[in-house]
Design a protein around this ligand. Sequence first.
Ligand code: GZL
Ligand code: ZN
Length: 304
Amino acid sequence: GEDSVASSEAGGSSDTITMGFAQVGAESGWRTANTKSIQESAKAAGIELKFSDAQQKQENQIKAIRSYIQQKVDVIAFSPVVETGWDSVLQEAKRAKIPVILTDRAVDSEDETLYETFIGSDFVEEGKKAGEWLVQEVGTAETNVVELQGTTGAAPANDRRDGFEEAVSGSPNIKVIASQTGDFTRSGGKEVMEAFLKSNPDIDVVYAHNDDMGLGAIEAIEAAGKVPGQDIKIITVDAVKDGMQALADGKINFIVECSPLLGDQLMDAAQKVLAGEEVEKRIVTEETTFTQEQAVEALPTRKY
Ligand code: GZL
Ligand code: ZN
């Protein structure tokens, strides 16, 4: 074999960047597409990726971040499952002089020195787009909405709720008659929708914080003998392939896109941070919306 070449730098550190990424889980089509993007982008950037799946539990994400600190990775990145409770572990990373990058979801830390940048969508904007579409769709007609909320305490759940509320606040004919978390999962959306159908005789619209819960709601609506997309309109957020297919099939009426393809921006930010270059504190991802006609057009080229 080759002679081992002693590394020229002190401490034997190679110039390959090592990133520790603490992922939320694998709860939705969006999340698996996001994981794929991060893993592919790390490979393309020549960054060594240590990856963990927290099964949507904050304590598992905190454990993963602590293990990355012990392993002395060069940079830590994660998508905080909920907004609160991060200050102490982020202070430990800061004391260990390991920069942290937030992707996808935000934290409520007052101390902005605890992370270098936050790369992700504007969830309030997404909620507003959903509400604005409904306002123009129903006009002054009495409209009862049931809301399938994302994971309790998660930034996308809080903000998509608030953005939607703001957009429909000028239309007293549009009422959110029930709201409950479906935890961003298909099974959660189905179970909650079954309960909503039992307790609310007149539901006109479902506003689901992601496609997966919307797809679960479709199953419940069909099991109740109603036609999704017609008897009960459905608005969702994400625009992953399964959601876009249901939209093209007329079972969903409108989808607000939330891009999971954050990998390249994350690796680029990590390289800049480690090179001591300036990185904006907030990097907002570009995204659009889809009607049923637009879904038919877009489906063939959708990457996720
Ligand atoms: C949004 C992301 C959300 C998706 C859900 O950026 O945090 O989590 O909308 C996913 O599908 O579970
Ligand atoms: Zn009605």
